[in-house]
Design a protein around this ligand. Structure first.
Ligand SMILES: Cc1ncc(COP(=O)(O)O)c(C=O)c1O
Length: 449
C-alpha cells in the first residue's frame, strides 16, 4: 500500500482527534508505517523527524529495542488482569519505584489509563478527601488561566483554553480561575520571578475569599504546554505550596506533559522544592508506548479513605485497564533507562543545542520571544513585535510551519502562533540543527503576507 491508497481508505472510515476532517481535502494526512529513534516513515518511504515526541509522549525513540523487548516479554506472561481484588508484579514494582522517585511524602500510587483520567482521579480524590474528613462544601477547584488538563468533562472543566473548552462550556462546572504566572505577560522591567510574586498575590486574594468552598488548586508545573508552552518561575510553585497549606486546600500538580525529565529535572516540582498532594503522571511514563497514568498521593489522603466498609468511604473510581501490566512493563523499562544512563545530563547538552540553534530568532521581526525550560523550547510568532500583537488565529500561521515541516521531513505541530520543539531525548545535535533550520525557514514562509 502507498500513501494515497492508505489515505483514501482511512478517510472513508476514520475520525481523527483534534482535527477538522475537512482540512484533509487539501492537507495531507500522513500514514506512518514504522518508526525508529526520532524518525517516522510513511507508506511512500518518506521520513519525518518527530520534533514533538508524538504529542509529548515519546522519550527514548520509536520502537526502542529495550522497551519493546520488555513489553513483548510481559505480553508472553500476562497481558492484563482485573486490578480490583487482584494484583501483579509489574504494577507493584512500578508503584514502589514511582513512590521512591517522587517528591517526599507521596507514598501511594493509584493507576488510571490516560492523562485525562488521572486528572479526574485527582479531582475526585481531593473532593472526596474533604468529604470523608467531614469538611463540607469544598467542591470547587481553582485553576490557572491558559491551563490544559485533558478533554474528558471533568478535566476539560478545569482547563482554560477556549479552543477546547468553549464548544462544551454548557457541560462543564465552572472553576475559579486565577491569572497564570506566565512570564510572557511580564511588564517592562519585571523578571520571571517578579511575575511569580505578583501572581501569588492574586492567588492569595482568591484563596482568602474562596478557600472554604475549594478542594484543590490544579497547576501544570513550570510549563503550561497546550496553552502555548507558556512558562513560569519555580518560585510560583514554592509560594503556591505555602498558600495551599495555609488555606487548607490541596495542590494538584499535573505533570502529565512535563514529568520525566522534560523540564530538566525528573519532575518539575523538584525545581521548586515542593511536594504536591496529588502528582498526576502519564505520557512519558511509558516512554510513549502505552496508555497508562499514575496519581501519587500522601498517606494522609489515603488514610481518610481507609475505614470500615459500612462507613462508605472507599474511593469509587475504576477503569477496566487500570494498572495494565503491559503499560507497567513499558514504564519499568523507561525507568530502567533513566537509572542506567545519564539522561538528564545528556539532555542539558541537547537543550543547550536547541537554544544555540534558535538564538538568532530573537532578532526576527515576527518573533516576540524564544523561551525554554529544559527540553521544551518555544518560539512565539507575532504580527507586530513592538506591541506583541498576535496573528489572528484564523490566519493559521502555525499551520504553514507545519506544512513546510512536512515537505522538509520534520514533524512540527505548532500550537496556534507558537512553534515549539519537544523532541525525544535520543535526538542528536545534528538532528537539532536540522530541526532548527527547517523551523526557521518555515517561520520565514509563515510570516509572509
Ligand atoms: C498537562 C496535561 N494534562 C492532561 C493531559 C491529558 O492527557 P491525555 O491526552 O492522555 O488524556 C494533557 C495532554 O496533552 C496535558 O498536556
Amino acid at each position: 500500500m502507498n500513501n494515497a491508497d492508505f489515505v483514501a481508505r482511512d478517510l472513508a472510515v476514520l475520525w481523527h482527534p483534534c482535527t477538522q476532517m475537512q482540512d484533509h481535502e487539501w492537507l495531507p494526512l500522513v500514514p506512518i508505517r514504522r518508526g525508529a529513534g526520532v524518525w517516522l516513515e510513511d507508506f511512500d518511504g518518506r521520513r519525518y523527524l518527530d520534533a514533538i515526541s508524538s504529542w509529548w509522549v515519546n522519550l527514548f525513540g520509536h520502537a526502542n529495542p529495550y522497551i519493546s523487548g520488555a513489553v513483548a516479554r510481559q505480553a508472553g506472561q500476562l497481558e492484563h488482569v482485573i486490578f480490583g481484588g487482584f494484583s501483579h508484579e509489574p504494577a507493584l514494582l512500578l508503584a514502589e519505584r514511582l513512590v521512591a522517585l517522587a517528591p517526599p511524602s507521596l507514598a501511594r500510587c493509584f493507576f488510571a489509563d490516560n492523562g485525562s483520567s488521572a486528572v479526574e482521579v485527582a479531582l475526585k480524590m481531593s473532593y472526596h478527601y474533604w468529604r470523608n474528613c467531614g469538611v463540607v462544601g469544598k467542591s470547587r477547584v481553582i485553576n490557572l488561566s491558559g491551563a490544559y488538563h485533558g478533554e474528558t468533562l471533568g478535566a476539560l472543566g478545569v482547563g482554560d483554553v477556549g479552543l477546547y473548552r468553549d464548544a462544551y462550556a454548557e457541560l462543564l462546572r465552572a472553576p475559579i480561575t486565577a491569572p497564570s504566572p506566565d512570564a510572557y505577560d511580564r511588564q517592562p522591567g519585571e523578571s520571571w520571578a517578579d511575575v511569580a510574586q505578583r501572581r501569588l498575590a492574586d492567588m492569595q486574594a482568591l484563596l482568602e475569599g474562596h478557600a472554604h468552598e475549594v478542594c484543590a488548586v490544579i497547576v501544570e508545573p513550570l510549563v503550561q504546554c497546550a496553552g502555548g508552552m507558556r512558562m513560569h518561575h519555580p518560585a510560583y510553585l514554592t509560594g503556591l505550596r505555602a498558600l495551599c497549606d495555609h488555606y487548607r486546600v490541596h495542590l494538584i500538580a499535573d505533570e502529565i506533559a512535563v514529568g520525566f525529565g522534560r523540564t530538566g529535572t525528573l519532575f518539575a516540582c523538584e525545581q521548586a522544592g515542593i511536594a504536591p498532594d496529588f502528582l498526576c503522571l502519564s505520557k512519558g511514563l511509558t516512554g510513549g508506548y502505552l496508555p497508562l497514568a499514575a496519581v501519587l498521593t500522601t498517606d494522609t489522603v489515603y488514610q481518610a479513605f481507609y475505614a470500615d466498609y459500612a462507613s462508605q468511604r472507599a474511593f469509587l473510581h475504576s477503569h477496566s485497564y487500570s494498572g495494565n501490566p503491559l503499560g507497567c512493563a513499558a514504564a519499568q523499562a523507561t525507568l530502567d533507562i533513566f537509572a542506567s544512563e545519564p539522561v538528564l545530563e545528556r539532555n542539558r547538552t541537547l537543550a543547550a543545542a536547541m537554544a544555540r540553534e534558535t538564538a538568532h530568532l530573537v532578532d526576527h521581526p515576527h518573533v516576540a520571544e524564544v523561551r525554554q525550560t529544559g527540553m521544551i523550547l518555544a518560539i512565539e510568532l507575532v504580527q507586530d513585535k513592538a506591541t506583541r500583537t498576535p496573528y489572528p488565529w484564523q490566519e493559521r500561521r502555525g499551520l504553514r510551519v507545519y506544512q513546510h515541516g512536512l515537505r522538509e521531513g520534520v514533524l512540527l505541530r505548532p500550537l496556534g502562533n507558537v512553534v515549539y520543539f519537544m523532541p525525544p531525548y535520543v535526538i542528536t545535535e545534528d538532528e537539532i540543527a536540522l530541526l532548527a533550520r527547517v523551523a526557521c525557514a518555515g517561520i520565514d514562509l509563515a510570516v509572509r503576507q
